[in-house]
Design a protein around this ligand. Sequence first.
Ligand code: NAD
Length: 455
Amino acid sequence: MSAIEVIEPATERVMAEVPRAGAEEVDAAVARAKAAFPAWRAVAPADRARLLRDLADAIVARLEELATLEARNAGKPIGDARGEIGMVVETFRFYAGAPERLLWQTIPVAGGVDMTFREPLGVVGLIVPWNFPLTIASWKVAPALAAGNCVVLKPAELTPLTALELEKIALEAGLPEGVLNVVAGPGSVCGQRLVEHPDVAKIAFTGSTEVGRGIAAGAAQTIKRVTLELGGKSANVVFADADLEAAAAAAPMAVFGNAGQDCCARSRILVERSAMDGFLAALQPAVEGIAVGDPLEDATQMGPLISAGQRDAVAFYVPDDAPVAIRGSAPDGPGYWFPPTVLAPVSNDDRAAAEEIFGPVACVIPFDSEEDAVRLANETIYGLSGSIWTGDGARALRVARAIDTGVISINSNTSVRVSTPFGGFKQSGVGRELGPDALEHYTDVKNVYYATEGS
Ligand code: NAD
């Protein structure tokens, strides 16, 4: 097996080498998962719950180590990385409550008793991206295991380290051999093999819309269940009646958090025209003040991009004649740095406003009325996230209902909570993660009829 050289994006140095899995390793992992499934699904609900809680505790014991690994490998600020690993713990704890609460139904019918059961699917293939490596993995692994499935997890080739650690920690915490398997290798080989594999019942994928499209088509060959969490180009809608200082203070990290490599990035800032000058004036110091630098420094708010290729892809959207209104700082020297950049004013049709850049570039787009704001927010193939800033509660709810998006916040930047559903409308995806909803995507419903009055 050849090796994956894992690069630290802040230094461009190799930080680790791990074996590069191929199709054979995927087949072996699926076989292990398939062999482990009958015993795992039969574990008593209370015992499966306890094992998931033990796994959460084992992650807590190694939180600092995992956060440092994630910060170095993904180039994210250490404070953010600690928060993300904290969310991994919360996710395992939340779904540890599920095995004993996967309630069934009895439905009144004539002549007998009718019951429904939520059955695990079997072996599930989980394919995750590099931007929130362990966090997004946990959103899939935790509900999948809680529902009684066995897992083959494929991390992104750029960021395999924390997933490989999770596999070890799970064994140490007492999960049976074969229940959680990790294969680190290229998407076009390992991911594709999982999608094609006849013994994989479901693919849960987070990544780009382009790859997601191919996965949906590939999974159709074996009628696999599929959930897709894909790209976004979310709107941050700022009305003139908003607390403009608060909106301008919050807007930068809604785009530049994780160096803009966030599917929920509110990368289109729609501002009511009459508030434009005031908003930009307040935005400028907030963007220029972002601390860009060493991910391992506590004060750092934004790190480098994941790779040289990603930096080139982002730079494409900021040519020399781009309408750069505000530009933050970025260190010199090694590392895949790109400064926080605000383009203003931009039209919703401009390429930078229409395509997912997945980097620290925000487009400020003026609008003239509530109707206009909703139209612009919806003029995109995506529908993942978004925010509305206004002092008018009725308008906030009207606009929240009118924007075609899976998740939206009012006077806030937040998108994701462990206990609430997360996912996209339109080409941002299919299905939901987190909250109670995710469990439905890792089970099938079985109906059983027991005749009590003849047959
Ligand atoms: P990507 O689509 O390139 O890769 C995602 C994963 O798919 C990786 O593990 C990759 O190896 C694998 N893969 C690639 N080709 C494959 C194939 N042919 N078959 C099977 N698997 C394959 O995405 P990325 O560059 O890692 O991540 C960035 C994208 O992810 C952005 O578009 C972003 O919006 C999206 N994303 C979405 C969410 C969400 O929850 N909606 C969250 C994070 C990231």
